[in-house]
Design a binder for this molecule. Sequence first.
Ligand code: FPP
Length: 255
Amino acid sequence: MAVVEPSAAARGSSPRTQAAADGEGTAVPRHVAVVMDGNGRWARKRMMPRFFGHKAGVDTLVRTVDTFAARGVEYLTVFAFSSENWKRPSEEVSGLMSLVLVAVAKYLSKLAGDGVRIRIIGDRSQVSDKLRRAWEDAESRTAHNTRITLSVAFNYGGRWDVVQACRQALAQRLAPEQLDEAWLGRHMALAFAPDPDLFIRTGGEMRISNFLLWQAAYAELFFTDCLWPDFGAAEIDAALATYARRDRRFGAIKP
Ligand code: FPP
């Protein structure tokens, strides 16, 4: 596959570099974004409340981070709570908020020990102080980790991200000619990461749902019917194999 990515050659001996060096059809995406959809249906199939599906979804996420890291993916960004999810029934919203606290308590030490760096993207102004402190704790305790960066999008929306970056430009009284794509990119929530190469959505829907609208401009899209709690190594390998067969041109034409 054609991967137009100047930094790829200089990446040392990571599994990703090894895979890329192996030739056609083996390149590994540096950054994978995932819409973790299907928790509710997974729970309903088991005659259980939706919360049961979200809880299983957290366990799947923790396993998934490890599998992606083992395949050489450096950044994994997941959509955990969208700007629009506030429209869900209040008990589901509060269940998701408390699930985060439970998940941090249950898994932070493991993720920290596994070399995972955790970052949170999204609008923190609307979440409780307790939740904000849990995020800060997760970020600071894993800040030195380098194996894989897990970015959890929480109270995040792609449109929110563009607006908050524009607001920074206005607050800094930037002149119109100073505002360009590079400036905005540096002020968006994922400024620390390369753009996603592969965008996965589980659960059978084929939409982007306001996730990483700016950053996913050239991401390869992969949709699967698999419900998020069932997403495992076999589905990850299928997505990575599909990605490896794609011909990425970034708007250029083949020589
Ligand atoms: C979509 O499934 C899933 C969500 C809105 C929440 C995803 C959250 C998790 C997997 C938990 C992550 C938590 C942490 C701490 C990172 P859905 O409810 O829309 O499912 P459905 O389409 O089957 O109804």
